[in-house]
Each structure stands twice: as C-alpha cells, then as structure tokens.
Design a protein. Sequence first.
Length: 202
Amino acid sequence: MLFRSDVAFRLEGGAADFATAMQAEMLKSITGPSLDPKQTTGAVQMDIKLNFVQKPDLKPQEINVSAEGLFQNLHIDHAFGREPLDNGTVRLKVNGQGLVINGEGLLGSAASQFELRQAKDSAVQDATVSMIIDDVVRDKKQMRTQNLLNGPVTLTLKLSGIGSQKVKGTGDLDLQKASVNGLIPGWTRPVGKPGKATFTFS
C-alpha cells in the first residue's frame, strides 16, 4: 500500500540563498522565471507545502508543490530585459492553477507595478507592467526630452508568450499629467488634458 505525505516548511533569509535553494529540481516551479543567486539580493519569507505519494521511484514532477511568500527590498540585476529591479516588494503564490507574482518597485529607475502569471504545466508567462516615466527617469536614460516633454508619463505594457520566441504585447502611454511642447513638430498640449497613445509589438 502506498501512503500520501504532506510536508510543510518555511524559508526565511536572504533572497540569494532562496534562489540557490530553488535550483533543486522539485522546487523549480515555485519561482517560474529563474533567479540568479549572483544577481539577486533582498529578504524573503516563504511558506512551502509538498504533497506526494511515498514510493522508492518518486520523481520530482510527481510532487505537488504550493507556496506563498513575500520578498522585500528585492534587487534583481536583469528583472525586465536589461533593466534592474530595485527596492522591490514582491508577492508570490503557487498552487494547482499555476504561478502568480505581483509587486511594486523601481524598474529601470521608474516607479512600477507589475504582475506575472504562468499556468500550471506551461513554459510561458503573461505579464502586465505599469511604469511612471518622469523627468528624472528620462534624464537618467538620456532621452533628451527636456522642454519638449515635461512631467510624468505612465507606460502600461501587457505582454504574452514570455519565455517563447513569439512574445506579443500592447502598450499604452497616458500623457494626462505631462505637457508637450514640440516633441513632434507642431504638437503641443497642456498638463491635465486627456491624451493617450496605444501601440502593439511582437
């Protein structure tokens, strides 16, 4: 007769140590996109539950894993393309439906909110990212928009197929809190006037 076991434990400590532990085969499903211990700092608290049938030839994929945790003061060198995440507060949940990661922090120096979802047994993720790109961020990125574009612009990206070769997405730029004076020849608009631009990419 085979018996089913439940194991529950908590991980607390450094995010780099957590990233190292998640390289174990049976725990890889917890973080979805892999974390490089050498590029990750911060603190984590994670509650993990394992459910499996006791048998000599147990395989990692036969272990049901669920987890719920919180990262604080999280830094990842390359969190969004080449852009780093700093001062991140990130919540993570794994269950029978899949993986959900959401949080806020500085992505490429821009105040951001984000959510990533990955269905169970899927290798790709969908994500929504909202970033406030203000004058300070544009200066750091050497965008050279001084006097042409002033004030914060909110950029919202919705991406699908992350992790595959066919990433698709839409983007929205909200200009209501910004003023424009010749960013495109002849285009001017005051602060407070509703204005949006939408684009798609693949």
